[in-house]
Design a protein around this ligand. Structure first.
Ligand code: UDP
Ligand code: MN
Length: 476
């Protein structure tokens, strides 16, 4: 979208924005409750948010604005705020006497809301004229959608408003970190006009709207998520998997003051990791291994704490949600690399010796070795066999089983397609055949314990291996 900076007469619109201005909306749009949860927000930015909503939302569409004070400490946010708010039409203030975090704080606000649509908004935003109508119009024809405006950048130092240039969508990586990216060509092609909604794998958390009943009936937010972070991913992924869609509406613009640094404190960092673990355990299925491979801290925390996601898993069943394989195939194929599709994972148990393959680190990863050790939950005993026929090391995901002088060793995984040196055939009978040589991995005694060697296949028990988990059925 070609937009320029503020000018005296408002904005200089070009291209699709003219079309946004020409849009006419039904007079019977659904009503909205805007929920703003805040913790120690500055007075000026909080009220700028509130007033910008009141100044821009059509009277008939705005049911109320619900402020949820998440145990702020700042003096000005106490009685002075209550007094100020009491004079504003349709603005309510709820105080929590515990620190809820934004996720549960928004849920508290949602429980009090009566509008047809809920709009969750950060406490440091500025809504642009015409931002609400296109969101409501989309939701009235598509009740199962989660929609978000284009989120423009307000500079945290100067408060300069920067209109977005070009259209973006929200995506994430295997660390479950959120990013923006330009809308790819294949998405552009399915859009009928420059102002059509943009299908987005995920939306940002700052401003998001959805039908209130739909929100409450499809699991709201995950109330076991704490403090802050990644709730936008959970909401988006769940929406896609459980029958809805997630979109950015190009005609709707809201500015957001992005933080100057990230993350703020250690407790935030910890909360985010735990929230991400809940997403992985609930929604990623076997692909959660990819997340843990990219996020070792999460792997260690999940092993130590064994998070309880049973309620969310029940919800998933009750709603009849699809699995993450479907999400990758249909919503966000760019996330997947062929090596990410697992066939087997976990410990690699040798039947003859009764122990597990174990990676023993050396000074550098390639100087490490692969040996047999008593089985344990250590990350060094985590291996993955993928659809590229590689066996990857869980503790060093870019390293693969390779062979030198008949010995199985860890080496950088190579990308060459004819690289049968690193290709393995994990057979149903338990043998693991090296594709290039046709030989089998056998547990063989060496000077310092038992190592893995290639030997002529003969099905003896030292050539029989079992992976802890099979993912073959789930991916059908
Ligand atoms: N927030 C809250 N309680 C918390 C953390 C955050 O109410 O424990 C509010 C915060 O005031 C803001 C919203 O949640 O309105 C989102 O937080 P923030 O803006 O820091 O997240 P970001 O936009 O940087 O991702
Ligand atoms: Mn924010």
């Amino acid at each position: 979208m070609a937009l320029t900076k503020r000018s005296a007469s408002g904005y200089l619109y070009a291209g699709s924005c003219l079309r946004c201005l020409q849009q006419e909306y039904d007079s019977s749009l659904p009503t909205a409750s805007v929920i703003i949860c805040f913790h120690d927000e500055a007075w000026s930015t909080l009220l700028r948010t509130v007033h910008s909503i009141m100044d821009t939302a059509p009277k008939a569409s705005l049911k109320d604005i619900i402020l949820v004070d998440d145990l702020s400490q700042q003096g000005s946010l106490k009685s002075a705020l209550s007094e100020y708010i009491s004079k504003l039409d349709r603005v309510k203030l709820i105080r929590s006497n515990k620190r809820l975090g934004v996720i549960r704080g928004r849920m508290l606000g949602a429980a009090r809301a009566t509008g047809d649509v809920l709009v969750f908004m950060d406490s440091h935003c500025e809504c642009q004229k015409g931002w609400l109508e296109p969101l409501l119009a989309r939701l009235s024809s598509n009740r199962n959608s989660v929609v978000s405006p284009v989120i423009d950048v307000i500079d945290w130092k100067t408060f300069q408003y920067y209109h977005s240039v070009g259209l973006h969508r929200g995506v994430f990586d295997w660390k479950l970190d959120f990013h923006w990216e330009p809308v790819p060509d294949h998405e552009e092609k399915v859009r009928q006009s420059p102002i059509s909604p943009i299908r987005s794998p995920v939306v940002a958390g700052a401003v998001v709207a959805m039908d209130r009943h739909c929100f409450q009936n499809t699991g709201a937010y995950d109330s076991d998520m704490t403090l802050w972070g990644a709730e936008n991913l959970e909401l988006s992924i769940r929406t896609w998997l459980c029958g809805g869609s997630v979109e950015i509406i190009p005609c709707s613009h809201v500015g957001h003051v992005y933080r100057d640094h990230f993350p703020r404190t250690f407790s935030y960092e910890e909360a985010i990791v735990r929230n991400k673990i809940r997403i992985a355990e609930t929604w990623l299925g076997s692909f959660k291994e990819n997340f843990y491979n990219h996020n070792t801290v999460a792997f260690l925390i999940s092993k130590a704490e064994k998070p309880d996601c049973s309620e969310r898993l029940q919800l998933q069943k009750r709603l009849g949600c699809r699995n993450f394989h479907w999400f990758i195939s249909n919503v966000y194929p760019e996330l997947s690399q062929p090596e990410d599709t697992l066939k087997f994972s976990g410990k690699l148990y040798n039947t003859g010796v009764g122990s597990c393959a174990n990676y023993r680190p050396g000074k550098a990863i390639e100087e490490g070795s692969i040996e047999l050790s008593p089985c344990s939950d250590s990350l060094t005993q985590h291996f993955e066999y993928n659809s590229m026929r590689e066996i990857r090391l869980g503790s060093a995901p870019l390293f693969c089983f390779d062979v030198r002088h008949e010995k199985v060793i860890p080496q950088n995984c190579t990308k060459e397609t004819d690289n049968s040196q690193q290709h393995w055939d994990v057979q149903e009978n338990g043998m693991i055949v090296h594709v290039l040589s046709g030989k089998c991995i056998e547990a063989v005694k060496s000077e310092d314990g038992k190592d893995l060697f290639l030997c002529a296949c003969n099905k003896n028990a030292n050539q029989l291996w079992q992976f802890e988990r099979s993912h073959v059925l789930e991916q059908r």
